[in-house]
Design a protein around this ligand. Sequence first.
Ligand code: FES
Length: 248
Amino acid sequence: MNLNLKIWRQKNSNDKGGMHSYQISDVSPDMSFLEMLDVLNQQLNDKGEEPIAFDHDCREGICGMCSLQINGEPHGPDRGVTTCQLHMRKFNDGDTIYIEPFRAKAFPVIKDLVVDRSAFDRIQHAGGFVSVNTSGNTQDANAIPIPKADADKAFDAATCIGCGACVASCKNASAMLYVSAKVSQFALLPQGKVEAKDRVLNMVKAMDEEGFGNCTNTGACEVECPKGISLENIARMNREYLSASLKK
Ligand code: FES
């Protein structure tokens, strides 16, 4: 496949940045999107040009490091996959592909396609810890009865990899899907109930302080989420928040 690439280049966070055009040929349909960028970077290196900076780590859809807004969609046109799992067979020979960093005020661009998503870490940090009494007769976690439906929902929420596609897909740059998944993974389990009220209040406060927008129920986040995190989590977080606010 031969492709025309329009890629966002930005020297640093103060640079204005802009789209640059690149041609790439002999792209195998079996390459992942990141492998295609590796080939382009090799070509740029060979010509003595600065390679394009982009985030990645596991390349298995687990870590949440890869990002990229591809033709206007976080993680590109496929569904339920991260950019590292997107394959070039989803594109056609001769296509023009627009590649940009995730766009959100709370995710400032560091360089080219790399954005700073540490706001997510600070929200998670604000959520604190889960208390477990380790003195005396500590109950074995496996011996705590949890309804199967709750365990499944908590596990589904815990599959969020924190990639930020929810924020990048939202017209308000809202982080509600991410935060609600992190709230839900504990709120549904007895181990998470001890600090549940402080957790939801502190995480929502941190989310607002980081400059994320509000949720207006467009549902774009659920569609673009590579892990299929459900909007149901946002409803649960809102209930948890209301209940914690009233009780505090
Ligand atoms: S590089 Fe880890 S999820 Fe894509």
